[in-house]
Design a protein. Structure first.
Length: 310
């Protein structure tokens, strides 16, 4: 083997070792874990994503946009369609953004599959604008939260945090009893809430918060309706939604607690009657815990009731 070939092989080996070392120390997003009786509070979202429903024929006219930030826990979406010859019939345009957080309910071989009660607690806020112009193009906005069992691939809980849509004819602002002006149609609200769920130990779960803007329009007579929860909406300094606090509290595993209590009630102690010498050094065992008749609801090891000794 020539000196050049040995040098080449050594260089490639060093590159492979460096790559393996980098892979070994590269950070991997850890899933939050929680045990029964404990809680976990999220400081940021694990990830975020966007999604769109836009008919191909009106893609350039839909003006649908969405964005998100996992670290800032922010969702943004807008649909502001304009007219054009591509519109044929009534169409719906949607834009949505989602924040996700994953966690796992810990278990051991004896408790895997046990069910526990849990509570998801969140503080959410939203800021945006709704504008309805025309007869057939009502906009709508929805902010929702879902709890998904990733292990079983199913949604086990979901609720609407907040939502509204346009109504009426002509130019109107939903739920604002005044004509369009610089102060109408802007939402800037927040809410704190908790919902309960039943979780399975050993399963992984995902919390999803989704903001969805949509406009249903014919794109011809009705133009100008908007759902705008994004930077630079018509009125205000910028729109968005998201959560400011998100936590999960898991209750006790009743089956595990009962099993431990049953084990405790059957528990005895073995001891020596003597001092380690002579014929008195024999083994003896205490009885199981028994209730003290003088103190209801208590137990005293080694006694089966009767009178107290002097």
């Amino acid at each position: 083997m020539t000196h050049w070939l040995r040098k080449c092989l050594l260089s490639k080996a060093l590159m492979i070792l460096a790559l393996l070392s980098w892979m070994a120390v590269s950070p991997v997003a850890a899933v939050e874990t929680v045990s029964p009786g404990e809680s976990v509070e999220f400081l940021a979202a694990d990830s975020c994503s966007t999604d769109f429903e836009i008919p191909n024929s009106v893609k350039e006219l839909a003006r649908a946009h969405a964005s998100c930030s996992a670290s800032q826990r922010v969702l943004k979406a807008e649909v502001r369609p304009i007219t054009g010859p591509q519109w044929v019939g009534l169409r719906t345009v949607r834009a949505s953004a989602t924040l996700t957080n994953d966690f796992e309910v810990l278990a051991d071989p004896d408790t895997v599959g046990n069910t526990v009660g849990a509570w998801v607690m969140y503080d959410s806020r939203w800021n945006g604008m709704m504008l309805f112009v025309g007869f057939f193009s009502p906009p709508s906005v929805e902010l929702s939260i879902r709890l998904r069992d990733v292990t079983d691939s199913k949604v086990i809980k979901g609720e609407m945090i907040w939502g509204r849509d346009g109504s009426g004819a002509g130019i109107s602002i939903p739920y604002i009893p005044i004509d369009l002006n610089l102060g109408g149609g802007v939402d800037n609200q927040s809410v704190s809430n908790t919902f309960a769920a039943v979780l399975t130990r050993g399963h992984k779960y995902r919390i999803e918060m989704t903001l969805t803007c949509s406009v249903f329009s014919d794109g011809g007579l009705d133009v100008g309706s908007e759902c705008d929860y994004m930077d630079g909406f018509l009125v205000g300094s910028g729109g968005s939604a998201g959560w400011t606090r998100l936590a999960v509290k898991v209750g006790l595993d009743e089956e595990e607690v009962l099993r431990k209590l049953e084990t405790l009630l059957r528990h005895t102690h073995t001891y020596l009657t003597g001092k380690g010498v002579g014929h008195n050094n024999t083994e003896a065992a205490t009885s199981e815990p028994v209730e003290d008749p003088d103190v209801p609801g208590t137990t005293r090891p080694g006694r089966r009731g009767g009178k107290r000794g002097n």
